[in-house]
Write a protein that binds this ligand. Structure first.
Ligand code: ASP
Length: 364
């Protein structure tokens, strides 16, 4: 077999983002380049021992403009090219990378190959860019195999020397070169002199699954409401009374707490009874919802609000969009939202609930 035949092949899907931007000479603003120009700044690509092909969005974009329509196009491209490549790297702006990575993790069920998002905080053409290392390491991890199979078999994000599970990722900093973090789950790989692969953290599709399945539906009739002290409840009422509304991610305090307001309770109960799915996630940067701990969150559970455990808001929103596109059945929606579909949540630890006593006992 020739060297070329054994070479791994990776498809780069270029969507835009800072990694492929340059400064416009007239306005001074950062504007997108095409992938051929990006590749020119990374001559090491030719020596990485990987056959790289690339496709681009017609117009490379800032990730603030990425929407479910673009997630669909990315997922379709992966599905269509799945058998021809060993892995996929998606170059994407960092601002909404965690949303796109989370969405693709739900849209692509049964992955047995890597789909790795990466980008950079500094454009590829400037001397201190983080884009070159991010791109090269993402490519190498997309081509990485163990015992003849892809080492990474899920949607992931490579950033700042770490490979993170895509639906656990979150953009934490507008400044740091370690901008993307995984608050509630360890890194899959730490890139030092070697790639330190945390084998026990890698997601594996159950052997019973039947190949790659594409779920391109995403219901967009969802809202994200973050509670704050003094929030006029009329704001929430107006959102909940939107006739098309199918689901709401409620970002609550601490381990999933909300004010003990009868008006709030009535609003949530009414929405729940009219078939709106309500999901509780924490506003905190780390940790999750533990409805057994405080009476304030017990009230939410009583209104039919589903605990989102330790999902990031990005995972919670995109999972809700995905699940609502699959079924209208309230029982199935609850089961899927609380199940660990793609490694996006840590099922609740019963021992913790037991250690804290019965629901409501901990007081306010
Ligand atoms: N605004 C850019 C984007 O998300 C930021 C970046 O890529 O880092 O497209």
């Amino acid at each position: 077999m020739s060297h070329l035949e054994t070479m791994r092949t990776v498809l780069v899907i270029y969507t835009g983002g800072t990694i492929g931007m340059t400064r416009d000479k007239v306005s001074g603003a950062l504007v997108p380049l095409d992938f051929a120009q990006v590749a020119k700044h990374v001559p090491e690509l030719a020596h990485a021992g990987i056959r790289v092909e690339a496709v681009s969005f017609d117009v490379p974009m800032d990730s603030s403009d990425v929407s479910p329509r673009h997630w669909r196009s990315l997922a379709n491209t992966v599905a269509e090219c799945y058998n021809r490549f060993d892995g996929f790297v998606i170059l994407h702006g960092t601002d909404t990378m965690a949303y796109s990575a989370s969405a693709l993790s739900f849209m692509l069920e049964g992955l047995q190959k890597p789909v790795i998002f990466t980008g950079s905080q500094l454009p590829i053409g400037i001397p201190r860019t983080d884009g070159r290392e991010n791109l090269l390491s993402a490519l190498m991890l997309a081509a990485h195999q163990t015992d003849g199979a892809s080492t990474i078999q899920e949607v992931a994000v490579y950033f700042g020397n770490h490979l993170l599970r895509g639906n656990r990722s979150h953009k934490e900093s507008a400044q740091s070169l370690q901008a993307i973090v995984s608050p509630n789950f360890p890194a899959l790989v730490e890139a030092g002199v070697d790639f330190m692969i945390e084998t026990s953290t890698l997601w594996r599709t159950p052997p019973t699954a039947d190949g790659l399945q594409l779920h391109s539906g995403m219901r967009q009739e969802v809202a994200w409401v973050s509670l704050y002290p003094g929030m006029p409840l009329d704001l929430l009422r107006q959102t909940l009374e939107w006739p098309d509304l199918r689901g709401v991610v409620l970002a609550t305090y601490g381990s999933g707490n909300a004010p003990t307001s009868q008006v709030l309770k009535d609003l949530l109960q009414k929405a729940n009874q009219s078939g709106v799915t309500l999901l509780n996630v924490t506003q905190c940067g780390h940790g999750g919802v533990h409805p057994e701990l405080y009476a304030t969150s017990h009230m939410l559970a009583g209104c039919g609000v589903i605990p989102g455990h330790d999902m990031t808001t990005e995972a919670a929103l995109t999972k809700l969009m995905h699940v609502l596109a699959l079924t209208d059945d309230q029982g199935q929606i609850r089961d899927m939202m609380t199940a660990n579909l793609r490694g996006e949540l840590t099922p609740q630890d019963r021992s913790r609930a037991e250690a804290h006593g019965p629901a409501g006992a901990a007081g306010l």
